[in-house]
Design a protein around this ligand. Structure first.
Ligand SMILES: [Zn+2]
Length: 284
């Protein structure tokens, strides 16, 4: 079903952000994809099934408690110290992504196989707007994926909530798990808008919640990071349309004692900037 521009009546393709005739903004394509009726219905049905199963097992209250926590989740992006220092202390810096950095010759492409896999997965999920997507992870406690760097930047909800969509797994895992082939449709019920992210979390994780699950365990049930191997990380992936500057960062979480001596000085300047900008440093 194609979108009709409410200004001029032209047809707008699913992958376009603006009407091709009058350039009226028609919504972020990734969010529109998550808002399609078949997506919403499929997710709702998985969510209701999860609740029913919990009721049958007598875990309904436990699942309700988990769901309430999932409504308070946030978006985090992990980075290394060099990047953190550059981004936090440079007001003109914009958070970019892999494709744009390679195209702008700011960085080298990844190893050949990784580069191909990354571009293939991105184009299968997003097609022509893949370059607009920035990736984050859904977190309950502000901790993120250490395999991408030891410092977790928590993003302000207002900066992303209207342009973020969520996918049940890391994109690579998702494509593999569902055996999705090039040009074939993406199975429905595994993505959500920001507002409905708790339904995605409940649908994915309900069978890990029982009467013996304590609230302290919720954060690691939602986001399981490994010692550094990205392949074993398990989390809900956030897709953010477009870039953002350091004003989108609410807080940074990490360990002050990590790293070498010269890195401690670098981190100290980052913390100074954070305090000056009214952002929080959260010691891990
Ligand atoms: Zn138009």
């Amino acid at each position: 079903m194609m979108l009709i521009c409410n200004n001029c009546g032209s047809n707008v393709l699913d992958n376009m952000e603006h009407c091709p005739t009058c350039h009226t903004f028609v919504g972020f394509p990734n969010v529109r994809a998550a808002e399609r009726k078949e997506e919403i219905d499929a997710l709702e049905s998985r969510y209701q099934q999860a609740i029913k199963a919990a009721e049958a097992d007598g875990f309904h209250q436990c699942l309700k408690s988990f769901e309430d926590s999932m409504k308070k989740t946030c978006a985090v992006i992990n980075v290394d110290l060099d990047y953190l220092q550059h981004f936090i202390t440079t007001d003109k810096a914009l958070y970019s992504n892999y494709s744009l950095q390679v195209r702008g010759e700011v960085r080298k492409p990844a190893m050949d196989q990784d580069d191909k896999a990354r571009r293939t997965v991105e184009s299968m999920l997003f097609g022509s707007y893949a370059e607009e997507i920035r990736y984050a992870a859904l977190s309950l406690d502000g901790a993120g994926l250490r395999s991408y760097g030891p410092y977790a930047m928590k993003l302000r909800e207002i900066a992303i909530s209207k342009r973020a969509s969520l996918l049940e797994d890391n994109s690579y895992h998702f494509i593999e798990k569902h055996n999705i082939r090039c040009g074939k449709p993406i199975p429905v019920g595994y993505m959500s808008t920001w507002q409905e992210r708790y339904k995605l979390a409940v649908s994915k994780l309900a069978d890990r919640i029982s009467s013996v699950t304590s609230e302290e365990e919720y954060a690691r049930i939602l986001l399981l990071f490994s010692g550094g191997d990205r392949k074993t990380d398990d989390y809900i992936e956030i897709h953010i349309y477009g870039s953002f500057d350091n004003r989108a960062v609410e807080s940074v979480r990490g360990k002050s004692s990590a790293g070498k001596k010269h890195e401690h000085a670098l981190l100290a300047t980052v913390k100074e900037y954070l305090v000056k900008a009214g952002k929080e440093w959260i010691e891990e």
